[in-house]
Design a protein around this ligand. Structure first.
Ligand code: ADP
Ligand code: ZN
Ligand code: ZN
Length: 746
């Protein structure tokens, strides 16, 4: 027997499998990790295939040294998934295999945590006799006394009462009085999550109806659902019940959330209800904890896994259900190599394992809703909030009129009034400002010069803090002192424009002194549990107004919040990307949905300079259907996804000319490929060589070629060829990527 082994999966340069012979008597399975000889050294690898024969010269085939574990680290279903993903993404299998293993198993040493324990090996009476002959107060006597009740203790526990018990324990063992053992243990992470008991809700009619459609699939051969429920309709309760049923059927469930740190409530709900059968894959787990959670899952001890996108690869036993909460979030797209869309991966995993997939959102992505309409998913709708609580009322405030009235503040007079009232009533408010910092740019009134980052084609943002504050680039982190005179024309008329979260907080504090506020953005959430601390501050009521970037729009459930302000809606609408309308609508609806989730109804102010924009109108009416129809039509008319596929070749180089030259060469190669394959060419609508809207970034010049093509196997093949071309592009001072439906076109 022979096996194909991917050796040392950390290094990309040895991505292809090598053949080894399996020695007599050794049993190996696909997915098992092995030690193999590789050149003069021994390396770790993963078995990706087993064959009876081999075409390699038998003289040159070496033996597998030994299996590293006695089980397959990658179960067969996940191995099949890795192969399928590699095929689809046109990348080496080593890259997708890496996704299936916790960091510690990818090359580095695997550390298993050992605890040493001690227990009596004689009866309590015999121990009492032994104590009597010891010197009183001796370590021996103390240890025997502790252990006399027959329970075992860890050596660590014992050392809390007896200093350095090691030697004494050894002697007691030699005398046959106690037994020392070494046991492998799992590091179960104890986080900040508080346990919550099952609230025993009686399901609403909407919840009941949705659940009734899902339940038969959980015990049967699976199904695919899109759960479209307005904010506060109680979607979580629907998947809790579905998870419950999955467990009862002897199967396991995976719950995916956009970002664990931003969804502590969801995590505590699951922890509270499912206890130790729930594993939480958290980015702040240590590598050891992560590895141990992974083993708990593989052994079938943890049967509910909650995590961000990579948790879709959890090696659960008997998968029955995958839930993707807030499925519209872009965090479900993995931008790094290998690129994948979690929703697609989950779909193929469920299909392969006869499991049920539930995508849930109050604002489904255009792509998923279009699929549901086509019948790929069963659409489940929950149009009402629990207890028939009303959706918040959204009022559009025209900031042009505010300016005419002489209000130069970032807060309209209506929002100011509402904030005051809210504070007086002791309720809470959320203000969304989708940019951090104080001012978003600095510009010269005389000549129009804008201060940009020296490395990036991005304006510098002014942050307060320190004496004069500082200018920062949000792309590369470059910092500089703000100029006093215009660097271009020397004029004094250098002014600060645009607002960020810091400025909003500043204005709120000036207006409502004494009302505690808390700010949540990239700048305040650094460090261990930064998000958790801020959310707790707000949840407990210590802070009354939460100001933040889009981080605050994700699924938070704070019943005291009655007011939401969307401070600068235009920021989200004006991004140069075909998805900006979709993202803006989602953001507005989601953040508005944070209001009025408790006893008191909510009110939302949407501030804009463009109140006539249809997206603003759809958001204000919270009319997802109308938004979908309009956006769907627009995408069809202008041939954007999901009607087409976009491919982008991105070139970056320190040398602008080299970037230009490379882009030219790439375009020629693409054209040549299309000439060679007329069937591919038929699908291609446009090929555009251009400079991206961000001309340079982190000191590198950028060029791109954007290809728009119709959906089809021919386009897949063409884009596959482009992916390979980019991956194999010789290192000549330019870096080249090919991205399919990139998350950003800038
Ligand atoms: P969604 O995710 O749909 O926005 P959640 O799942 O966060 O909504 O639920 C909103 C709130 O309603 C939560 O506080 C939840 O505990 C509560 N809730 C859910 N279902 C019920 C029910 N059947 N009866 C009472 N309250 C419920
Ligand atoms: Zn100037
Ligand atoms: Zn920069």
């Amino acid at each position: 027997m022979y096996c194909q082994v991917i050796v040392d999966i950390v290094h990309e340069n040895v991505a292809k499998p090598f053949t080894y012979q399996i020695p007599e008597g050794m049993q190996l399975a696909e997915g098992q990790r092995v030690a193999v000889p590789f050149g003069p050294r021994e390396k770790e690898g993963v078995v990706v295939g087993l064959t009876e024969e081999s075409e390699v010269d038998p003289e040159r085939i070496r033996n597998v040294t030994r299996p590293l574990e006695d089980y397959a680290a990658i179960p067969p279903e996940l191995m099949a998934l890795a192969k399928e993903m590699a095929n689809r993404a046109h990348c080496p299998l080593a890259e997708t295999i890496r996704l299936m293993l916790p960091a510690q198993m990818r090359g580095g040493r695997v550390h298993i945590k050992i605890v040493r324990t001690a227990a009596l090996s004689v009866s309590a009476d015999e121990a009492a006799d032994a104590i009597r002959v010891c010197r009183t107060g001796s370590k021996r006597a103390q240890l025997l006394k502790i252990l006399q009740d027959g329970r075992s203790r860890t050596v660590r526990e014992l050392s809390e009462s007896v200093r350095d018990p090691g030697e004494a324990l050894k002697k007691l063992e030699n005398d046959g009085l106690i037994r020392l053992e070494e046991r492998e243990t799992l590091r179960t992470p104890v986080g900040v999550f508080t346990e919550i008991q099952d609230p025993g809700y009686e399901l609403t009619e909407c919840q009941q109806e949705a659940l009734e459609e899902i339940l038969p699939c959980l015990t049967g051969r699976g199904g695919r659902f899109l759960l479209h429920g307005v904010t506060g309709s109680g979607k979580t309760e629907v998947f809790m019940k579905a998870v419950h049923e999955t467990l009862a059927a002897g199967k396991s469930a995976i719950i995916l959330v956009p970002e664990i740190a931003l969804t502590p409530q969801m995590v505590s709900w699951f922890r509270g209800r499912f206890g130790a059968v729930a594993a939480v894959i958290h980015s702040r787990l240590s590598a050891g904890e992560r590895y141990d959670e992974w083993r708990r899952i593989l052994r079938g001890e943890a049967r509910v896994v909650i995590g961000a996108r990579s948790a879709v690869f959890s090696p659960v036993r008997k998968l029955g259900l995958i839930v993707i909460d807030e499925e519209h979030e872009s965090t479900y797209l993995n931008d790094r190599h290998p690129r994948y869309d979690t929703r697609e991966v989950a779909g193929s995993r469920c299909q392969r394992e006869n499991a049920t997939l539930i995508l849930a959102s109050a604002t489904p992505s255009i792509l998923s809703f279009a699929r549901a309409r086509r019948g790929d998913y069963t659409l489940l709708e929950m149009p009402r909030r629990v207890h028939d609580r009303p959706l918040p009322e959204i009022e559009i405030t025209d900031m042009r009129q505010e300016l005419e009235k002489g209000n130069r503040s970032v807060l309209s007079s209506a929002l100011r009034r509402a904030l005051k009232e809210c504070a007086e009533k002791g309720e809470q408010a959320i203000l969304l400002m989708n940019r951090r910092g104080y001012n978003s740019f600095i510009s010269c009134r005389s000549c129009g010069y804008v201060v940009k980052c020296p490395n990036c084609d991005i304006s510098m943002t002014y942050h307060i803090g320190g004496e004069d504050g500082i200018l920062r680039c949000h792309y590369c982190g470059e910092a500089m002192n703000p100029p006093v005179l215009c660097p271009e024309c020397g004029s004094h008329y250098i002014r600060y424009f645009g607002a960020g979260t810091q400025k909003v907080e500043d204005e709120v504090r000036k207006m409502l002194p004494g009302i505690p506020t808390v700010r949540m953005d990239y700048d305040t959430t650094g460090g261990k549990d930064g998000h958790g601390r801020i959310l707790e501050e707000f949840r407990s009521g210590r802070a009354r107004i939460l100001i933040g970037t889009q981080m605050i729009a994700k699924g938070l459930d704070f019943p005291q919040v009655t007011l939401v302000g969307i401070v600068a809606a235009d920021l989200a609408l004006n991004l140069p990307d075909y998805r900006s309308r979709e993202r803006a609508f989602q953001l507005f609806t989601q953040v508005a949905g944070r209001a009025g989730r408790g006893q008191h109804p909510g009110k939302v102010f949407l501030q804009t300079y463009k109140p006539e924009d249809p997206v603003i109108g759809f958001a204000a009416r919270q009319d997802y259907r109308a938004f979908f129809e309009s956006e769907f039509r627009r995408r069809r008319n202008s041939l954007y996804p999901p009607f087409t596929v976009l491919g982008r070749l991105l070139v970056e180089s320190r040398d602008e000319e080299a970037a230009e030259r490379t882009a030219g060469e790439l375009e020629e190669r693409a054209d040549a490929l299309l000439e060679l394959h007329p069937e591919w060419k038929k699908k291609v609508l446009t090929v555009n060589r251009d400079t991206p809207s961000v001309k340079y970034l982190k000191g590198k010049s950028r060029k791109h070629i954007v290809i728009k093509a119709l959906i089809g196997t021919e386009t897949d093949a063409f884009f596959g060829a482009m992916t390979e071309m980019a991956a194999e592009w010789p290192a000549t001072g330019s870096e080249v990527w090919f991205e399919i439906n990139p998350t950003s076109m800038m």
